[in-house]
Write a protein that binds this ligand. Sequence first.
Ligand code: APR
Length: 265
Amino acid sequence: MDTSLVKAAEVLAGSRFTLALTGAGISVESGIPDFRSAGGLWARFNPAEYATIEAFRQDPHKVWRMLAEMDRLLVRSRPNPAHLGLAELERLGYLQFVITQNVDNLHQAGGSQRVIEFHGNAATLACLACHAVYSRAEVSNQAVPPKCVCGQVLKPEVIFFGEEIPPPVLAQAHDLVSLARVLLVIGTSAEVAPASMLPRLAKEHGATIVEINPEKTRLTDELTDILLQGRAGEIIPALVAELKRRTTDGWPPVTGCSRSAPRPG
Ligand code: APR
């Protein structure tokens, strides 16, 4: 058994408040390309032209060429073993919240109950003119780009570059990260602020950083305590199995703490 994985299972087993910060990499095994790996979305669509709020306001029809391609992948995607594994960790009491940069709803579809969507969710769309909100299903029979009854082109309720993270979401993420004893950082290049600042905040408050990624990132040498190098769809189920093995082997020694009662600290 990989010693890093055993060590990661030990820190998870001993933590009373664990969070996961996830990025596009956790959904790659669900068929959704990430953004910055070779062949990622930004290799085909320049984010400066397709992913800023200014670009959307100037030419929504052009931006919808990228959004339509993403949406075709999202509607077909299903949770993979990494999403299912995080939901299992939550059920077992080893994970308290997921903070995700993803807009694909796959954590919720995989059974995670406590999910904070840092960049919104593509399943709802809003009108920038009259602020009406629609579900994806309500507009699925429309031609692309979908329009509001007021005639304006609708925008998925995801955070574009140049938009701020909703202050309540940012505040909740900061509060939780400041309490974390362990932060799992899964499938993110940590290139985009303010999400990319959360691991440093966790570290400054004494958290152990466990990174799951096939490649090193800008976090790895600077902040990461345990790097589990590989695909999330393999590593997370292995972590779950190791924690379950320990529990059935009478590990951890019963300390009277109930795993189902997640408590900060
Ligand atoms: N398992 C784990 N990690 C993976 C896997 C996998 N199977 N496949 C790829 N990765 C890793 C890559 O090595 C990379 O480090 O996932 C990371 C994906 O990085 P990005 O493509 O930059 O995605 P992300 O970090 O989520 O981007 C952050 O940038 O463009 C914006 O709004 C967008 O939310 C996004 C934000």
